[in-house]
Design a protein around this ligand. Structure first.
Ligand SMILES: [Zn+2]
Ligand SMILES: [Zn+2]
Length: 232
């Protein structure tokens, strides 16, 4: 399944699925698959089987998510959830009480491609595995100056520019990881309450993006304060 970035107009090379027979009761599961010919499902190219018989036995399960792959657009996906990531950044960094955190931390969002999830139908092309705070200095793959995008905002009386870092992993050792950044400008001082717990924001944001929590239930919390205006 191709991953593209519609903003940059580029596509990323797809790699082949792991050499493991998808049938859960595969009789050859204990044998080294590496030495065998493993055929991919011709329709989705997401799973492999060691034999026709394994493929037949697995079909009642696999047909639930076997589909001709849509294009997974990372830029479109990031844009679609932008206001939610902005909220997570605000809550996670506790910008209302600790605005200087914006120069210390980024919000790291680790994603798994939906076609690498082995069962079920994901409502979104990317599945959020985790969201956590990382110090700027701990994101070695990126060289970002925390003050660069913030200068003008601070001069105008705002808090600064926060960054959400998205990491899409192949989901197996040696696979590549794709990084993308999303910038959020906080032009005004934030008023209002901190989130009820220091970790609650993570569960909420992850649940909404992954489709486990309907966004309607959260509208009050997410759209409440004036700071929810979208950044440019
Ligand atoms: Zn098999
Ligand atoms: Zn398939």
């Amino acid at each position: 399944m191709p991953v593209i970035d519609s903003l940059w107009g580029i596509a990323f090379k797809d790699s082949k699925p792991a050499k493991v027979c998808q049938w859960i009761d595969c009789p050859d599961a204990q044998i080294e698959y590496e030495k065998r010919k493993m055929k991919m499902c011709a329709r989705c190219n997401v799973v492999r089987y060691c034999s026709k018989s394994c493929q037949r036995l697995d079909w009642s399960e696999h047909k639930l998510y076997c589909q001709i792959p849509p294009i997974m657009d990372i830029a479109g996906w990031m844009a679609r959830h932008k206001s939610l990531f902005r909220w997570a950044l605000m809550e996670g960094l506790r910008l209302r009480s600790e605005p200087s955190n914006i120069f210390q931390y980024v919000l790291l969002v680790e994603l798994t491609r939906m076609d690498r999830l082995m069962k079920g139908i994901a409502p979104s092309p990317f599945f959020v595995e985790s969201m956590r705070l990382k110090k700027y200095s701990d994101i070695e793959e990126l060289i970002v100056d925390p003050y660069k995008g913030s200068q003008k905002i601070i001069e105008a009386g705002g808090i600064g520019q926060g960054i959400v870092v998205f990491k899409v992993s192949e989901g197996r050792p040696g696979g590549y990881a794709l990084f993308r950044l999303q910038y959020h400008d906080f032009h005004e001082k934030l008023a209002g309450e901190e989130s009820p717990s220091r970790t609650g924001w993570e569960k909420i944001a992850r649940g909404v993006v992954n489709g486990e929590i309907p966004i309607a239930l959260l509208s009050r919390r997410i759209e409440g304060p004036p700071n929810a205006a979208s950044s440019t």
